[in-house]
Design a protein around this ligand. Structure first.
Ligand code: GAP
Length: 480
């Protein structure tokens, strides 16, 4: 068996496998799709849950210093003003002057072979002019503009009721206004945003948890949930989507002790990456220089991974100082100070934030598991997931589906395994060879087949996905 392994992985193979085998489909596909959105099929949702549940187990359930929360996606607009997202959560945008397609300026400059880290819009503009960088269609580009990535929406039945000249609408809305006698516009106070990070829902609940649970410092609040960013050019499969999920922890520490918590959490992050089955040599730490750090961060380490699309950010861990709690303290007029038990010492805690994107973790897991080899002279594709992540743990088949005695026995075995492992699949389509190929492609670690000997000996063959070796085991031992 010659193992080509991950080195030759092509993104297209993974995208095609993900669709062919029911992991991930393009969003709204039947209506022509919606760029930057993806839907999860039966296997994709299971794999995603396994990844998220493992995170929750390692970072919340197995620890004494973490508390889970699940905040609303829609939040008071003041949250996003105070956090800096209304003013600074922007990407540089350029427009193709002929096709009017819009692109991220830094992506075009990077694709043209120039370093973009830390460049301002003005500097990007200069580079585009100086190096004569064109759009992907070969046309001239507009000046670089800033584009806010938050999805704006309106809460409550305010639409069409009040005029607000300070709240400019998009072109479509403006046209509508001209064509109607009644003005259609929105009340600025009803504006909200689909959250661009889950973090703010944690900060707004910090005081609730402190008052209810009296945790000792350091402690963390953990949350998993959807985040939305109106990416200028979503690309690279699920890597850069407009709707995605995050798994975030805000870990509250004494201001003078942030470094030790930062190091400890970084170690925990690596333990989680190992449990995801990601090879160490594909994981890299990038100490992000000041110019590239988010406005709230005094230190950030990005964990980069060698994806098939290249080395890119998988997750980040940031020292957010007291930026967010202080904002709430100052803007909402609520006291965010922590009082150390048994003392009069009070301060606003500082924060370490490990922030994972679920889709990027999932893409790393699939690409690390992807293998191609040859079995009996035929090319085989398989996903070597760690067993605890595999969406299907066992597949059970009768050797022949038209032999009722085999089907009956196989059903018995199926029920035994289902009771024990939950994620067990029944497959009696096609011949055994085809069933094995199908199960290999979805990463099922064990395939169990009931044959005529099983009726005599109360045993089955069990095939290992990675080695393709088959052994006979008793049905009793499967139940044990
Ligand atoms: N609260 C901090 C924060 O949101 P971030 O670096 O902007 O920090 C954290 O995002 C993680 O979210 C990233 O490391 C990445 O895994 C994921 N992420 C960000 N934008 C994404 C997108 N458009 N599509 C998929 N995942 C994304």
């Amino acid at each position: 068996m010659s193992d080509k392994t991950e080195k030759n992985v092509q993104m297209e193979n993974i995208v095609s496998l993900a669709k062919r085998r029911g992991f991930i489909y393009p969003g709204s596909d039947v209506y022509g799709g919606l760029s930057g959105t993806w839907d999860y099929g039966p296997l994709g949702v299971q794999l995603k849950r396994n990844i998220m549940n493992l995170w929750w187990k390692m970072f919340v359930d197995d620890r004494d210093d973490m508390y889970g929360v699940d905040a609303a996606i829609l939040m008071n607009q003041k949250v996003w003003k105070a956090s800096g997202h209304v003013d600074t959560f922007t990407d540089p945008l350029v427009e193709d002057l002929v096709t009017h397609r819009r692109y991220r300026a830094d992506h075009l400059v990077k694709d043209a072979g120039f370093a973009v880290d830390g460049l301002t819009n003005e500097q990007l503009n200069e580079l585009i002019i100086e190096k004569d960088i064109k759009s992907p269609d070969g046309n001239d580009l507009s000046d670089v503009r800033t584009f806010n990535m938050m999805f704006r929406t309106f809460v409550g039945p305010m639409q069409g009721e009040e005029v607000d000249v300070n709240n400019p609408l998009d072109e479509e809305d403006n046209k509508k206004q001209k064509n109607t006698t009644k003005s259609i516009t929105y009340d600025a106070s009803s504006v909200s945003y689909l959250r661009p990070e889950t973090a703010q829902g944690i900060f707004t609940n910090y005081k609730n948890v402190v008052d209810n649970f009296y945790p000792d410092l350091p402690f963390g609040l953990a949350q998993q949930g959807k985040a939305f960013r109106n990416e200028i050019s979503p690309r690279d499969f699920i890597f850069r989507s407009r709707e995605f999920e995050q798994m975030e922890i805000e870990y509250f520490v004494h201001p003078e002790k942030w470094e030790e918590s930062f190091e400890a959490l970084l170690k925990d992050v690596h333990a989680y990456l190992e449990a995801l089955g990601l090879p160490k040599d594909k994981i890299h730490e990038l100490d992000v220089p000041e110019a590239d750090r988010a406005h709230y961060s005094k230190r950030t380490i990005d964990i980069e991974f060698d994806f098939p699309i290249g080395r890119e950010e998988l997750m980040g861990i940031a020292y957010r100082t007291d930026f967010d709690l202080k904002n709430i303290h100052d803007n909402a007029g609520k006291n965010m100070e922590y009082m150390v038990k048994g003392t009069n010492e009070r301060f606003i805690p500082h924060v370490i934030e490990p922030s994972f994107g679920v889709e990027r973790a999932l893409m790393a897991v699939i690409s690390a598991a992807y293998r191609e080899d040859e079995v009996n002279g035929e090319k085989r594709i398989y996903l070597a997931f760690p067993e605890h992540l595999a969406p299907v743990k066992y597949c059970v088949s009768p050797l022949l589906k038209n032999k009722p005695e085999l089907v009956e026995k196989a059903r018995e075995v199926y029920q035994i395994l289902k009771k024990k492992h939950g994620n067990v699949m029944w497959d009696d389509n096609g011949n055994i060879g085809k069933r094995y190929r199908r199960q290999d492609e979805i990463g099922t670690p064990h395939c169990v087949v009931v044959d005529f000997d099983s009726l005599e000996n109360n045993d089955v063959t069990i095939r290992d996905r990675d080695t393709t070796e088959q052994t006979r085991v008793t049905i009793e031992s499967l139940a044990a």
